[in-house]
Design a protein around this ligand. Structure first.
Ligand code: CA
Length: 225
């Protein structure tokens, strides 16, 4: 799980990063609104945590622009004010949930888990596209009566493609999402893993395919003919 935290208060940001990393989330932190928006629009994150009052661009503006660019990543807004109007404004602009400062870390973690569950698209722990279903608990990939287990990386690649269906994901986006910014993963790692996932798709006789879009990246396709 990769989280983006946009928060300008140093101590708050530090404490949150520590807490979230302890909980095994990968966290990227930005203190500036413009930089935060740029990161949010990368589509690399599973959840975005946004402070409202920020230098550069405020949290409401970021949420609005993120939604305008078609990114559906769940947004949790942190606000210092308990003002009801603020909440309405934020939710109107695309935030999915709210937390008023000060808050208990337990509550933040619970909200995050709830948002992540929502991302998983359904309550039964499955994600679907075309004729395939991905079980997010068992890492199995299913097509009618056939199923196969995926490795952790294969699972995350396919999950990322399903969550961004209809979009072409670049090799760079996939490499960063799966291996992280600091890793030395070469782009050909992406190709190698794509070939593993494709083998598993053909093993279960799925019609869903991973199409390579020359010079750009990859996309899931399903032609039921
Ligand atoms: Ca602030």
């Amino acid at each position: 799980m990769r989280l983006l935290l946009v928060e300008d208060e140093k101590r708050m940001a530090q404490a949150l990063c520590e807490l979230l990393r302890l909980e095994k989330y990968d966290v990227d932190h930005y203190a500036d609104g413009e930089e935060g928006l740029y990161a949010a629009e990368s589509g690399l994150y599973d959840v975005i945590i946004l402070d409202v009052m920020l230098p550069g661009k405020n949290g409401f503006e970021i949420a609005k622009e993120v939604r305008k660019s078609g990114i559906k990543t769940p947004i949790l807004m942190l606000t210092a004010k308990s003002d009801v109007d603020d909440k309405v404004e934020g939710l109107d602009r695309g935030a999915d949930d709210y937390l008023t400062k000060p808050f208990m870390t337990k509550e933040l973690l619970a909200r995050l888990r709830a948002l992540v569950r929502r991302t998983s698209n359904s309550s039964d722990g499955t994600l679907s596209f075309g004729d395939i279903t991905l079980n997010t608990n068992s890492y199995s990939l299913i097509c009618s009566d056939n199923s196969v287990r995926l490795s952790e990386k294969e699972f995350h690649i396919l999950e990322y493609l399903i969550l961004n269906q209809g979009q072409i994901l670049t090799r760079e986006q996939i490499a960063t999402k799966i291996w992280g910014y600091e890793s030395n993963a070469e782009y050909n790692n992406v190709e190698v893993y794509m070939s593993f996932v494709r083998k598993k798709l053909s093993f279960i006789k799925a019609k869903t395919e991973i199409k390579a879009v020359r010079g750009i990246g990859y996309e899931l396709r399903y032609d039921n003919v």
